[in-house]
Each structure stands twice: as C-alpha cells, then as structure tokens.
Design a protein around this ligand. Structure first.
Ligand SMILES: Cc1ncc(COP(=O)(O)O)c(C=O)c1O
Length: 462
C-alpha cells in the first residue's frame, strides 16, 4: 500500500487501458443549479424546436442538445474511432514544478496526441458519425486556428463524407501547414470571409481587408449548409452536444487522478467557445455540485475577454445573424477580436452552459495578455518538452499563476489543467514571440461599448 503510494508520487504518466475508455458521455444539464435559458428563434422570439434546427443538424444531435438524461451512451463505432488516440495520457509535471520551485502538485491531461493534434476530434468523429447515419453526405464548418477544421476533415475522411471548411483569414495566412493538413484529409478549404457565400461577399464589400473572425466564418458555414439538402452544419464548440462529447476527457482524468492517488483542488482550462474546458471540467463540476470543494478556473485572452468583461445577454452565434439567439456572455456578434495568435480563442461568445455556471459562481474566469501566455508556454516547453498550442498555453499560464499564488500564501495545492493541443502548426507565433514582435492587446473600452450596441433590442434573459 505504502509502496504503491510512493510509486504514484514519483510517477510521471498515468495511463488507462483501451478497455477503460468511458462508454458514456456525461450531460451536466440535469445537474445545473439553474436551468439554462431557452434558445430563441430570431424571427419569433419563441424557443426553437427540433424542426427549426433540422435543416442544420441531424436529429440525434438535436436530441442531445436538449437532453435531460445524465448520461448518453457512446456508439460502438465512435468508441472504435476514439481508440485511435484515446485514452489520452495524464501527466504529473514534476519537471515544471521543479523549474518554478512550487510546493504545489501540477497535473495535465494531454489532448495533443489525437491525429489532428487537439481535443477537437472527440466531437468531430461523433458528429460525422450521426450525420452519416442520418443520410447527410457533406458537412460545412468554420475553423479558427485550423484545429477544428483539421479534426472535422479527418473525421469526414474516416467516415466517408465530403467536407468544406471556412477558415478565418488571419489564421489561413498565419498557418499554411494547417491548410495542407485539412486538404490532405480531403476537405475543401477557403479563407473567410470568402466570395463563396452571400455573408462573405457582404463583409468583403464593406471591409476588403477583414482578418475574419469565428463569427464571420460561422455565418458562411451556416449559409452553405442551409442552402443544400445534402449538407449539414457542424460546429466545433459552444453547443451543448459538443461539450457533451468532450466529457470523455474529464472522465478519464478522474480515473487517472485516482491512479495518481490525488484529487485536484483546482481545475483549469482555456476557453474559446468552451469545449475543451467543459470536457475536462464538467465531470469535476459534477463532484463540486455534489459538495466537493474545487476551484474551477477558465482562462481567456485579454483581447477577447468574453467571460471576464462580456455581458450576459441573448445574442447571435455568428456575425450575419443567421443562427438562433442564445443567452451567453458576449462581446457582441459583430465584434472582430484583434488577430492574436490564439486564433481558437477569438470568439465573441461562449457556451451557454459555461455562462450559466459562471453566473452561478461555480466557475471563475481570468484574462491574460499574449506575451505573458507565451512566456509560460516556453517555461512549460523547457521543462515538460511539449510545445503547446497558443490556446492551451492560456491554461498553462493560469496553472502557473495559481501555483505561484499558492506559494506566496504558503499553501500546497493540487492543480489539474487541460493541455488541449500541441503547437506544431503555430511555430510562426513562437518565432514572433522570440523576436519580440508580439503586441499585447487588451480590448479597449470604447470598442467594447461600440460592439455591444449590436445586441441592443434583442430579448433579455430572464
Ligand atoms: C488547441 C485548442 N485549444 C482550445 C481551443 C478553443 O476551443 P474550445 O474553447 O472550444 O476548446 C481551440 C480552438 O480552436 C484549440 O485549437
């Protein structure tokens, strides 16, 4: 017993067998202390029903979106695809702890081992599977940094669907290798805003140099899917069913922390739309809601501070107002975040489930500047070896801050964060950082006030 404990103390990797892959996704909705606000039809202001969503999504995913079941069985075919990279490893960051001289224990769950290099395939394969099952032959989607576009392109290739990816222009230019990866798995890709859709053409007419944003790219993909019978829309974050699929991360992490003989005091993730954060945090929030004391921290960029400075309001999920209205923290649907390198965190809104949990004080959020984030990324790479995606580096920075504060207070904490992806396609960002060329951008108050005018007149949440 004692020997096993001391072995766990010195161990670095905590691995699960393939047979220990979670068989069910965890649905947090029935456990929420406050029920989420209904999704509204923008025309009628009434809650949307399955028929409103059917042109965009397969029925199974619409069912998962509103499900009150605490757990949903993962289809065998999806488990089979998961087994290509899952269970993913959990690491104890011994070397990072030594490097910063902390008394705290730091663990991280590493999602960068998937074929696309991030957590995104966890939902991509599930979404592609249900679409194929219900007869769709093509999917349209947006991508920020390119991680989601890669994941969906990969999933469509495995399953046998066509795929069209609208990639935010600034990332399209910053990350040519992501484009190649997306094409290699067989998807078609264009820079967004593009000439391929009405939404794209309208934005280009007004702003020919638009760097694009996730909100704009979503408009293009939704328009594409709505206009074609054979095509469904696929979203890589924000929606309840996407967060649901990601909960395999936290369920595995719970089992792996047990192998390590530890339980986290603090659970941390970066938040763009919220899917990797939810994936790790929701199974732990289940414990928190049941009475366990866990600090749950969401990390976002100061250039796009949705949770820390946005307002909780009904807003569109996209720039051209094609999506239903969702109640969430938002900076306004026409807000175009500055072109920071964490492209996947440049979204004006956030998952409604996460917004609700922030309002209920079950999650807290912090916003960071990109030079600080890259400094932490290199601190991590220098001790643990892995070069993180700039998005994931926000979680690393959060973890380091928590460890340092604990040391100052003379406390020892157990910290767990999600390393949502590697940064092998983000090397230009590292070059810029090393050359001292990154600018620190915090959203300015005036621009925020301007952008929030876009939601005036929309319904207000109860
Ligand atoms: C590696 C990585 N982490 C995090 C994110 C942010 O998305 P989400 O908040 O849905 O996890 C992205 C999005 O592209 C990503 O590529």
């Amino acid at each position: 017993m004692h020997q096993a404990r001391s072995r766990a103390q010195s161990q670095t990797k905590f691995l699960l067998d393939e047979t220990e892959l979670p068989r069910r996704w965890y649905n947090i909705a029935p456990d929420l202390p406050t029920a989420p606000q209904p999704v509204l039809h923008p025309g009628t202001g009434e809650p949307v029903g399955p028929d409103d969503l059917a042109p965009l999504f397969p029925m199974e995913l619409i069912g998962q979106e509103v499900s009150a079941e605490p757990e949903i069985t993962i289809p065998d075919d999806v488990l089979g695809m998961y087994s290509l990279w899952r269970p993913t490893p959990l690491y104890r960051a011994h070397r990072l702890e030594q490097a910063i001289g902390t008394g705290s224990r730091i663990f991280y769950k590493y999602e960068g081992v998937s074929p696309a290099g991030s957590h995104k395939p966890n939902t991509a394969v599930a979404q592609a599977f249900y679409n194929k099952q219900e007869g769709r032959t093509r999917l349209a989607t947006e991508t920020g940094a390119g991680q989601w576009g890669s994941a969906l392109s990969f999933a469509c290739r495995l399953i046998g669907l066509e795929c069209k990816v609208y990639m935010v222009r600034v990332s399209y230019e910053q990350k040519p290798a992501r484009r190649s990866m997306i094409r290699s798995w067989g998807a078609e890709i264009v820079a967004s805003p593009s000439e391929d859709t009405e939404s794209g053409r309208a934005i280009l007419a007004e702003h020919p140099d638009s760097p694009g944003s996730l909100g704009i790219a979503i408009s293009e993909a939704v328009e594409d899917a709505a206009g074609r019978e054979d095509t469904a829309y696929s979203l890589g974050s924000v929606l309840n069913h996407v967060l649901l699929h990601q909960t395999v991360i936290g369920q595995e992490a719970l089992a792996q922390m047990e192998l390590a003989g530890a339980f986290p005091d603090v659970v941390i993730g970066c938040v763009g739309g919220g899917s990797n954060f939810a994936g790790l945090a929701f199974p732990f929030l289940r414990e928190k809601i049941a009475g366990r004391d866990i600090d749950v921290l969401a990390c976002e960029p100061a250039a796009c501070p949705t949770l820390t400075r946005g307002v909780f309001a009904y807003d569109f999920g996209d720039t051209s107002k094609l999506t239903p209205l969702v109640a969430m923290h938002t900076l306004g649907h026409d807000f175009v975040p500055a072109p920071i390198h964490a492209g996947g965190l440049r979204y004006h809104g956030v998952a409604p489930l996460i917004s609700q949990l922030v309002r209920d004080d079950l999650i807290r959020a912090e916003a960071y500047l990109q030079n600080d984030v890259f400094a932490s990324a290199l601190e991590f790479a220098g001790s643990e070896g892995i070069l993180p995606a700039p998005e994931a580096a926000h979680a690393i920075h959060g973890a380091l801050q928590v460890a340092r504060t604990a040391d100052e207070e003379g406390r020892e904490r157990t910290i767990l964060f999600n390393l949502s992806g590697h940064g092998h396609f983000d090397l230009a960002a590292y070059d810029n950082y090393l050359a001292g060329k990154l600018t620190d951008i915090a959203l300015d108050e005036q621009e925020m006030t301007r952008a929030l005018q876009a939601i005036e007149g929309l319904p207000t949440p109860a």
